[in-house]
Structures are given as structure tokens and as C-alpha cells.
Ligand binder design. Structure first.
Ligand code: UD1
Ligand code: CA
Length: 478
């Protein structure tokens, strides 16, 4: 496609949201409404995207620039109608370079909009040589929409707004989606000819249809089956409904791609989530942000994962996790809380009532019960006893704890960071570890910490724990 300028209208107030957040910034499935639109319009390979901002533009402008750094922002100081908004946009675009070919206009609050629909629409428009094309559809309740008035030949004669329509016109169920495509030359000439002598006292973009007809130019409609994809959200109830519809679309697409979803109605999957084949999602599960779940993993029930990666064949049950990585074949939950920076090693385990943060667990490392693991590195094959606290905070600063590989720490321990527990070391139940523990040592609680050198080598001969201790000892004596 050549020379398409896209104009996204986002200057309106959106007062019915009753929110300090601008309407188009409200998220649907992990992306702002305008973010959905800016992504969909990429399907027409725009030469330029112009966003019209007005209300709360100090919020909206930076958001648009962050999502699409090349977008032009056109400021509409007063919201005098869609025709006025497009005029402001065209002026901003013209200042940056010639506006030619096709101009596509869309609202900024339509999260269900599909890129393919826009592409087909623009392709048909460009091939038809029309001055104006309108994306239309039939709806059960056309109240509030501009109605498509057809002439005797079925051509589009006019778009009449609800407030300006006759009773007969109000019965028309074909509506203007708000998405229009224009021949750029026609649009540049028509915009200054718009007037505001209508029920709203606004400059209507839709009046360009009448102007084209007066000039003897052709106007056409492109009817889509599911015009609901162009619906906007004006209040929170509509926002929830659009989210539900988008989610149903997403969940269905993943099921068709080979994912088992036991209960689609209680499964929420954000737009950027990636699921591999033979993943199983159990009820009441939210997969948010940039979460990735690899083949054969099972997630849920009652689980929320935000920006997480779940490895192949892993199992995550009744868990809340954010910015965490769960290794292949690992198990997490039930009732686990993985905070940012958690990495559970392959085949490892984080069990019931365990909270982790900035904690890297090696392959096969386990924290099975009732523990807090903050700012820690735990080596492969190590088992942390029930009820262990990694005391990472001294009231001022956070400190790191290292537990080596194949260590066995007892129940009800406290590791007072910064502290290192060596490879293959052991700790007795109830130990408060304040000083480093050498590899292979056993530490038991006492008035002063008692270190029993080589305890593991003598008492645990033939275990991975003893082997790890021995090789660490020989390394240190080399
Ligand atoms: C508009 C159409 C109507 C169509 C409907 C589809 C016109 C005159 N009417 O009506 O035919 O059926 O959309 O939803 O075009 N905006 C601005 N600046 C303005 C006015 C609006 O940026 O001065 C933006 C709004 O933020 C919104 C979009 O344009 O994103 C549509 O405006 P809105 O007031 O909602 O138009 P409708 O009355 O719904
Ligand atoms: Ca509207």
C-alpha cells in the first residue's frame, strides 16, 4: 500500500468514564485503548500517523509518543467536531510533508479494531477511485450512531447524525463506524467547506459525503460483518464488555492454536501473552503483560502471572507472580507469591506459602514450605527447610544471601544477610545463621555459632551433598 496517512481522533473528553485517567488511556487486555488502535493501523503500512489530542493531552501525548515515536501530535484546542479535528490533523501533517494518496480516519477508543479489516477497507477504497469510503455495518440498536442514507441506486447519499435525523432515517440500521477513508486531494478541499449548522453546532467529518456528492464524486460504503469491532467504550460498563469480547477472541484463538482452556469465561489473557502448544490453563487464571508459557506447562487454577516465563512442562498452581521465571519442569504453589527477580531453576520447587523476591534458585533447588526468600542465590540441588526466612533487610539496606549447591538447611532457620552458606553445608533446625558457613560444615544453634568442620564429609558419605562439599574443599586448597 502506498501513501496512507492515518488520523486517530483522541481529543474528546470521555467524561462518562468518570476518571482522572483519559478515556483512551484506559487499558483493555494489557494495552491502552489507543494502543490497540495504533497497533491495528500498522496493517495499512501508514506513511504517517497523526493523533489528534486535546483533553488531558499532557497524559495522552507522551503515551502516544512512547508507543509510536514517529507519530505526529496535532493539538485541537477546542473540540468543535470530528471535521474540525481532522482539519487540525491534516494541517499538522501538511506541515511535515505532502498529504497524498489515502487518508484513513479512526477514533482512538476502539480496542477491538482488527488490522486486517482496516487493510481490506483501505485497499478497496484505493482501488475504487472513490472520494470517500465509509466503513459501515448493521447493528441491532443504531441509537446514537450516524445513519447511512442510501440513494435509489444503493449509493451512499449522506450520513445523518442521530440528533439531525428524521424519524424515518432513525429507523435505518446501517451505521457509520466512524472509520472513513478519503482521497487526500478531495479531503484537503472539502474540510474548509464544512459548516456547523447542525443540532450539535459541530463541524461533522461525515458531511464530507454530501460535499463529494455535490461535486459529482463517488462515495461508497464497505460493510463489515462484525461492526462491533469498531465499538468504542464510553463508560466503565462498556469498557468491561469490550474487554470481555476481546478476551473471548484471544482465548478462542489460543484454543485453536493448541492450548487447553478449561474455563474460557474465567481465563483472562492479555494481548501480548504467548502460549505454546499443549499448555493447559485451569479456571480463574489471569495471564498478563508479556507472559510466556512453554509447551506442556499447566497453569492454574486461581493463578495470576504478570510478565512471567513458565518453562516447558512446569506446573504453577494457585500462585501470584510478577516478573518471575519458572524453569522447565519446575513446580510452584499452591499459594506461592513470586515477586520480581525470582528465577526457579529447572525441576526446582517453590512450595506452599512461600514468598520469593530477587531470588535465583539453581536447577532442582527446592523451597518447599512456609518461607521468605529475598535477595538470594540458591545453588543447584539445595533444599531449604520449612519456615526459613532470608532476613535480607537490616532496617536500612537490603543484603544478599548465597546458599551453595546441594546444601541441606534445617527447619525454622533465619539467614541474616549478608551471609554465605557453602556448598554441601548443613544447618540444624532453628539456626540463626549470622556468619558464613564453610562448605560441608554443619551449623547448629548455640550461644555462639558452632561450626563442625567436615561433618557432611564424615556423616553423609556417598551423597551429592558430600560430593559437593568435597569438591569445593579441594578447590579451595588447590
Ligand atoms: C461519530 C460520527 C458518527 C458515527 C460515530 C461512531 C461524526 C459527526 N459522527 O459520532 O457518524 O456513527 O462517531 O462512533 O463524525 N473527537 C475529537 N475532536 C472533536 C470531536 C470528536 O477528537 O472535536 C474524537 C472523539 O474523541 C472520538 C471521535 O472523535 O474519539 C468520535 O467523536 P464522538 O464525539 O464520539 O462522535 P460521535 O458522536 O460518536
Ligand atoms: Ca462516539
Amino acid at each position: 500500500m502506498e501513501n496512507v496517512t492515518v488520523i486517530v481522533l483522541a481529543a474528546g473528553g470521555g467524561t462518562r468514564m468518570k476518571s482522572k485517567t483519559m478515556k483512551v488511556l484506559h487499558p483493555v487486555a494489557g494495552r491502552s485503548m489507543i494502543g490497540h488502535v495504533l497497533r491495528a493501523v500498522q496493517a495499512v503500512e501508514p506513511e504517517r500517523v497523526v493523533a489528534v489530542v486535546g483533553h488531558q493531552r499532557e497524559q495522552v501525548g507522551p503515551h502516544i509518543t512512547e508507543l509510536l515515536p514517529g507519530a505526529l501530535l496535532a493539538v485541537q484546542e477546542t473540540q468543535d467536531g470530528t471535521g474540525h479535528a481532522v482539519r487540525v490533523a491534516v494541517e499538522a501533517a501538511a506541515a511535515a510533508g505532502p498529504v497524498r494518496g489515502t487518508v484513513l480516519v479512526s477514533a482512538g477508543d476502539t480496542p477491538l479494531l482488527r488490522g486486517e479489516s482496516l487493510r481490506e477497507f483501505v485497499e478497496e477504497h484505493a482501488a475504487s477511485g472513490r472520494a470517500v469510503s465509509v466503513l459501515t455495518g448493521r447493528v441491532a440498536n443504531p441509537f446514537g450512531y450516524g445513519r447511512i442514507v442510501r440513494d435509489a441506486d444503493g449509493g451512499v447519499a449522506a450520513i445523518v447524525e442521530e440528533k439531525d435525523a428524521t424519524d424515518e432515517q432513525r429507523r435505518i440500521d446501517e451505521i457509520n463506524s466512524g472509520i472513513l477513508a478519503f482521497d487526500a486531494d478531495f479531503l484537503l478541499g472539502a474540510l474548509p467547506r464544512l459548516t456547523n449548522d447542525n443540532a450539535n453546532g459541530e463541524y461533522y467529518l461525515t458531511d464530507t459525503v454530501k460535499i463529494a456528492r455535490q461535486d459529482g464524486l463517488s462515495v461508497g460504503a464497505h460493510m463489515v460483518d462484525d461492526v462491533s469491532q469498531t465499538e468504542g467504550a464510553n463508560d466503565r460498563a462498556q469498557l468491561a464488555e469490550l474487554h470481555r469480547q476481546l478476551n473471548a477472541r484471544t482465548v478462542t484463538a489460543w484454543m485453536k492454536a493448541g492450548v487447553t482452556v478449561m474455563d474460557p469465561a474465567t481465563t483472562w489473557i492479555d494481548d501480548d501473552v504467548v502460549l505454546e502448544r499443549d499448555v493447559t490453563i485451569l479456571p480463574n487464571t489471569q495471564l498478563l503483560g508479556a507472559t510466556v508459557v512453554r509447551e506442556d506447562a499447566v497453569v492454574g487454577p486461581d493463578t495470576t502471572l504478570k510478565d512471567c516465563e513458565v518453562g516447558e512442562g512446569a506446573r504453577v498452581v494457585r500462585t501470584h507472580a510478577e516478573l518471575a521465571v519458572v524453569g522447565d519442569g519446575a513446580t510452584v504453589g499452591p499459594f506461592s507469591y513470586l515477586r520480581p527477580g525470582t528465577q526457579v531453576g529447572a525441576t526446582g520447587k517453590v512450595g506452599a506459602f512461600v514468598e520469593t523476591k530477587n531470588a535465583v534458585l539453581g536447577e532442582g533447588a527446592k523451597v518447599p514450605h512456609l518461607s521468605y526468600v529475598g535477595d538470594a542465590t540458591i545453588g543447584e540441588g539445595t533444599n531449604i527447610g520449612a519456615g526459613t526466612i532470608f532476613a535480607n533487610y537490616d532496617g536500612v539496606n537490603k543484603h544478599h544471601t548465597v546458599v551453595g549447591k546441594h546444601a541441606r538447611t534445617g527447619s525454622n532457620n533465619t539467614f541474616v544477610a549478608p551471609v554465605t552458606i557453602g556448598d554441601g553445608a548443613a544447618t540444624g533446625g532453628g539456626t540463626v545463621v549470622r556468619q558464613d558457613v564453610p562448605p560441608g560444615a554443619l551449623v547448629v544453634p548455640g550461644a555462639t555459632q558452632r561450626v563442625i568442620e567436615d561433618w557432611v564429609l564424615e556423616r553423609r558419605e556417598g551423597t551429592a551433598q558430600a560430593d559437593a562439599a568435597r569438591s569445593a574443599r579441594s578447590e579451595s586448597t588447590d
